[in-house]
Design a protein. Structure first.
Length: 179
């Protein structure tokens, strides 16, 4: 499997160790940076490039996933999720690694390098890679709803209020057509 990886300065050491770990397990690892330590680097471009590569490879039929690291993993997850087609999940345990794949068909995970030991991180990632999507109808339906919103801002009618969804406009007034 191809694994796209990106980090910020807080995760650089983990990223380097992880590339060796994944390579030893037969994975094709693509490093999207940074290449050297810079305490004030800006992680969004690294994480967005890794996320773009995951989507591109998946569109081309390549079996691929992505991993992004930061101090907490939060900003890196947010950056990756800005890429259309990415479902990035913050992982902090074996259970969240499994559920990210089983229920959400996550294609990118974010991990806080300052929150875990390398051995924990390696276990989370190995489990994430090994866990397939369940293909249960309820999970597939929910993922399709997220993808539809991502594509054109469409929402299902609110079942509690009966109000129809606003066509092409999210509940916060964002109109994807207007930018």
């Amino acid at each position: 499997m191809r694994i796209h990886i990106a980090t910020d300065h807080a995760g650089l050491e983990f990223s380097t160790q992880l590339q060796h770990h994944l390579g030893a397990n037969g994975h094709d690892v693509v490093d999207h940076g940074p290449l050297e330590y810079d305490a004030v680097d800006d992680y969004p471009s690294f994480c967005i490039r890794a996320a773009q590569a995951v989507v591109r490879d998946q569109a081309d039929g390549v079996e691929t996933l992505g991993i992004v690291f930061g101090g907490s993993g939060n900003g890196e997850q947010i950056a990756a999720n800005k890429v259309r087609g990415v479902r990035a999940a913050l992982v902090w345990s074996i259970a969240t690694a499994e559920l990210a794949r089983e229920h959400n068909d996550a294609n990118v995970i974010a991990i806080g390098a300052r929150q875990h030991t390398f051995d924990e991180v390696a276990r989370f990632i190995d489990r994430f890679i090994a866990t397939p999507f369940s293909n249960e109808e309820r999970h597939a339906r929910r993922i399709a709803q997220i993808a539809a919103y991502e594509l054109d801002g469409a929402l299902e009618p609110d079942p509690r209020s009966g109000r129809p969804a606003l066509g092409g406009e999210s509940s916060d007034g964002f109109d994807p057509e207007a930018g």
